[in-house]
Design a protein around this ligand. Structure first.
Ligand code: MSP
Length: 629
């Protein structure tokens, strides 16, 4: 099999700042390309901006700017945003660049010379949002179905591309290549559209109405239709015709788009390519929409989420992980910050981050910080290693089948299995029993699996996973192989929490109500269950921070019938002097446990509010040890 892939995102309109929808497709392509790179593929990844047409001219005017100057600014926002989201493309194409214009004009001339472009008078409903004419039948209640606005009736002389001549060819081609457009539902959508006679495509705009575009090579009075210009970016970037990149990558191109632009990609583009004598693209991969409250996120609907704000708040890599994990390719997904936080806490803080931390901490504690040798692996160790092997083998087919969230879930499963393996093998007990060979084998196996999982997640979270790998004493990573460079004898680095758990953010208005509603639907317990918990008041006699921790406070408390020591995680919100003398509420009959070597006999109650912890107390003076029911 040829190990080469060319990935493209749509080139984005520059009438608006980038939002989470743009970020999704671009992050997705970056992730997919990094996975293929790890599989040893030669890759090429293109993104860019679509800068001509009505929409852009209008936006420039609204901002009182010259179109080119405006285009430079907004295109610059996209260009600068991508590296901050850990996206590395090989090229960033702008349709205002001479290298692109040259190819667009060449294609137009070729098709014109072939006789597939003609001149005629035309009238139609024109939506400036979509930059295309609609037939009456396509409108919903007289409005554009995407922009929910009434289109303008426009009548003028224009040039037309004989798309109708390619209808039969396209139907046949799609039927003969079932994975040309995928997932299948989008292929079916195109085929069902092609059941109706295909109309010729108006591919020009008179300069008198729209001067902002690429001039038709055969008529100075017109510019070309923005889609006839934009789609060509996929070949102009790779130096069509004859360029090395074109020769190397065109036949392995995978276009990634959302369903909003299915028709231009699924119909116009293959017909244009065919007419120009260029082989069709390999795959058109179509994903669903991110919506907010079930409506597509878009500038015109005013419900966009800014990707950088979220990446800054929660970290770029977790944000990438969330987007990939919470959308099933091809289907829509509703965005919510609450879901992002939940995903972060469950998969990254509790599962992946926790695994790395506990493995590193145990190697520090039981092996003086040096990764031990694997002595004699048992069935359990081999089972874990095998599950990893199996996962590695499934990567190519999961990628080929666009099962990105499933791939991440499978990696998470191995991570959870490794956490379970540690619980089952209990290195702490092995240490107590002085079973050193077994202790070493377990820690080696857990560490090696954790490092490999970090490498598997590297395409999604490049920065965090490199950091995770560095904690195992592994330096630079070769991003073209799954090998990690993990080895016994490396010194681990302790003290890093890769994904500190986050509390649910302040979510405005309606969202907050939903959260309250949700919390009110908690399962009920019996009164007897509650009575098992012995609560009593206590007075704090002494308080001191536990050295080398941020959160822990050691407290001496008076329970009336006895004095006790408890350890509580409130040091971020209280100073010792604030605590001494306070009356608090304590769970008296909680099994004692050790925290940082200190025994805690009981637990104080505190409310976890938006600003942090607030101690629970009673509203009148009662003697310490009073029971609470
Ligand atoms: N300029 C055209 C594309 C030309 S490609 C030859 C265009 N630009 S766009 O700025 O509107 O970008 C549309 C693309 O942005 C979608 O196809 C998708 O990749 C991404 N998204 C924009 N909003 C989105 C969502 N709400 N959800 C998911 N992706 C979305 O169309």
């Amino acid at each position: 099999m040829e190990k080469r892939i060319y990935l493209t995102t749509p080139i984005y309109y520059i009438n608006a700042r980038p939002h989470i929808g743009h970020a999704y497709t671009t992050i997705l392509c970056d992730v997919v390309r990094r996975f293929y790179r790890l599989l040893g593929f030669e890759t090429y990844f293109l993104t860019g901006t679509d800068e001509h047409g009505d929409k852009i001219l209008r936006a420039a005017k609204e901002n009182r700017r010259e179109p080119k100057e405006y285009a430079d600014e907004i295109s610059g926002l996209f260009y600068k945003l991508w590296p901050t989201l850990h996206i590395q493309s090989d090229d960033f194409i702008r349709t205002t660049e001479p290298r692109h214009k040259k190819v667009v004009q060449r294609i137009l001339q070729t098709i014109y010379d072939k006789g597939d472009i003609y001149h005629a008078r035309y009238g139609g409903y024109y939506c400036t949002g979509c930059e295309r004419f609609y037939t009456e039948k396509e409108l919903v209640d007289g409005k554009c179905p995407d922009h929910l606005k009434e289109p303008e009736w426009i009548e003028e002389e224009n040039y037309f591309f004989k798309m109708s001549a390619y209808q039969d060819w396209l139907i046949e081609y799609i039927n003969a290549h079932p994975d040309f457009i995928r997932p299948e539902r989008y292929k079916n959508e195109i085929l069902s559209f092609l059941k109706e006679p295909l109309k010729d495509l108006c591919i020009s705009r008179p300069k008198s109405r729209l001067p902002w575009g690429i001039t038709l090579p055969f008529d100075e009075e017109y510019v070309t239709y923005v889609w006839f210009d934009a789609l060509v970016n996929y070949i102009s970037s790779i130096e069509y015709p004859g360029g090395d990149l074109y020769e190397k990558f065109w036949h392995v191109v995978n276009h990634y788009i959302a369903k909003d632009i299915l028709k231009p990609h699924g119909i116009y583009w293959p017909c244009m390519l065919k007419a120009a004598g260029i082989p069709p693209f390999k795959h058109l991969n179509v994903h669903g929409w991110w919506s907010m409250d079930k409506r597509k996120m878009s500038k015109s609907l005013g419900n966009v989420v800014e990707p950088l704000d979220l990446a800054k708040k929660y970290g770029v890599d977790p944000f990438r992980y969330f987007l990939l994990k919470d959308m099933s390719f091809g289907l829509d997904a509703d965005f919510s910050e609450e879901n992002l936080v939940k995903r972060f806490n469950s998969d990254l803080a509790n599962d992946f981050g926790n695994l790395i931390k506990r493995v590193i901490d145990m190697i520090a504690k039981y092996c003086e910080g040096v990764i031990p040798e694997c002595e004699a692996p048992t069935e359990e160790d081999n089972a874990l290693t095998d599950s990893l092997e199996k996962l590695g083998k499934s990567v190519p087919s999961l990628l080929d089948n666009l099962k990105f969230n499933e791939l991440l879930e499978r990696i998470m499963k191995v991570i959870r299995a490794t956490n379970k393996y540690i619980n089952d093998q209990a290195p702490w007990t092995l240490n107590k029993l002085k079973n050193i060979p077994r202790l070493h084998t377990v820690l080696f196996t857990a560490a090696k699996t954790s490092a490999r999982c970090a490498k598997l997640l590297l395409p999604v979270m490049p920065e965090k996973c490199l950091e995770a790998l560095s904690l195992f004493g592994i330096g630079d990573q070769d991003e073209t192989t799954w090998e990690t460079g993990f080895s016994a004898g490396n010194k681990v680095i302790q003290g890093t929490t890769l994904f500190p758990k986050i509390s649910l953010p302040k979510l405005a208005g309606k969202k907050e109500e939903t959260m309250q509603e949700e919390s009110q639907t908690t399962e009920f317990i019996e009164y007897e269950d509650f009575t098992k918990v012995k609560l009593a008041t206590a007075k704090i006699l002494n308080a001191e921070r536990v050295p080398k921790t941020d959160k822990l406070m050691r407290l001496d408390i008076d329970l009336g019938f006895e004095k006790r020591q408890i350890v509580a995680g409130i040091a971020t919100d209280y100073t010792p002097s604030e605590l001494v003398g306070k009356s608090i509420v304590v769970v008296v009959n909680l099994k004692p446990r050790k925290l940082r070597g200190l025994e805690s006999r009981g637990m104080l109650l505190a409310a976890h509010g938006k600003e942090g912890f607030s101690l629970v107390s009673v509203d009148r003076d009662v003697e310490p040890g009073s029971s609470i029911s």
